[in-house]
Design a binder for this molecule. Structure first.
Ligand SMILES: [Zn+2]
Length: 82
């Protein structure tokens, strides 16, 4: 991850451990994705509980790298000041 924005030189990590809170954003995203997967694959497609569990596990692992970036972006956005 870059230390500063290439366009406007905004410093991303304002203090040590600034992104600690992004962990909670990431957790919220993961839970939302798990619930969404549950609704789609169990209620709409009607897979068995074991298959739904496996699908949710795979979806969560695959999306974790995306969540890592997105949660940091959201965290920066929450504290962004001009
Ligand atoms: Zn910028």
């Amino acid at each position: 991850m870059n230390n500063r924005c290439n366009e406007c030189n905004y410093k991303f990590e304002k203090e040590t451990g600034f992104f600690f809170g992004a962990m909670f954003v990431s957790y919220a995203l993961a839970v939302a994705q798990m619930i969404l997967s549950l609704v789609v694959f169990w209620c709409f497609i009607d897979f068995s509980p074991l298959n739904v569990f496996l699908i949710i596990t795979v979806v969560t692992i695959l999306l974790s790298t995306i969540n890592f970036r997105v949660s940091r972006s959201i965290w920066i956005f929450l504290f962004y000041k001009d």
